[in-house]
Ligand binder design. Structure first.
Ligand code: SF4
Length: 233
């Protein structure tokens, strides 16, 4: 069973021109991204009170005139088991006739494919935290600083890249790619991301938008050292 944060948010600012119902799953996260704002409240804290999908559906039905999309976030929503994800999203589909968007860090490539192919998710918003396509073994420190976990190899960045390419290849208008303007990344990192997204859009004949979001310091964490991509001295 997936546990959901018992505060559901109606937000006007997450997706331009579209009010959303934002639902946070209490599923944890594989990463510890630099200055993650959700860590203390949504990932590390134990919640003895939580919602189930039935509570989410009840609320969504009552407030359905106030939002365009239902957005699932986390932590990492896709860290839940595939069976639980299919079960919850299937019930939701039957009860609430609104497009479903999932915010994801992109690691769970197979779940993204499965949920897309089953028609249970209409849009994936995936973080492109670094120009993953340019990373070499010389960028290990940068990747570890950004993702916040020790990396044995580049398999996690490669999986995220696989997800990014997949959501471009199958986009039907609601997928999106975004970066955070981390203070240790120069503008060339975001320029490279944009070029990669544009190239993939051309390759697959799609128009997935790419946005760069402002970085917000989590004041409980340390300030970053300075890094550069190995291929951008
Ligand atoms: S993927 Fe998102 S929720 Fe997970 S640590 Fe990174 S910023 Fe936080």
């Amino acid at each position: 069973m997936i546990k959901y944060f018992d505060k559901l948010l109606l937000s006007l600012s997450e997706i331009e021109n579209h009010p959303i119902l934002l639902v946070h799953a209490l599923s944890g996260c594989q990463l510890r991204c630099f200055h993650c704002l959700n860590r203390s409240e949504l990932i590390e804290k134990y919640h003895d009170r939580y919602y189930t999908i039935h509570d989410v559906i009840d609320y969504a039905k009552k407030q359905s005139l106030l939002f365009d999309y239902i957005v699932f976030s986390g932590g990492e929503f896709l860290l839940s088991s595939l069976d639980d994800l299919i079960s919850d999203l299937t019930i939701l589909r039957q009860e609430v006739k609104k497009p479903v968007i999932v915010y994801t860090n992109g690691i769970a490539f197979e779940k993204v494919v499965e949920l897309h192919q089953r028609g249970l998710v209409d849009g994936f918003h995936v973080d492109m935290k670094l120009p993953f396509h340019l990373l070499t073994s010389e960028d290990f420190d940068l990747a570890e600083l950004t993702l916040g976990i020790p990396l044995r190899d580049m398999s996690i960045p490669q999986r995220i890249l696989q997800t990014l390419e997949y959501i471009i290849s199958v986009d039907q208008g609601l997928n999106r790619i975004r970066s955070v303007r981390y203070p240790f990344l120069g503008p060339e990192a975001f320029a490279e991301n944009r070029l990669w997204v544009e190239a993939m859009n051309r390759q697959y004949g799609r128009h997935v938008p790419y946005d760069v979001h402002s970085f917000i310091y989590n004041t409980n964490e340390e300030v970053a050292p300075s890094f550069q991509l190995a291929r951008h001295p």
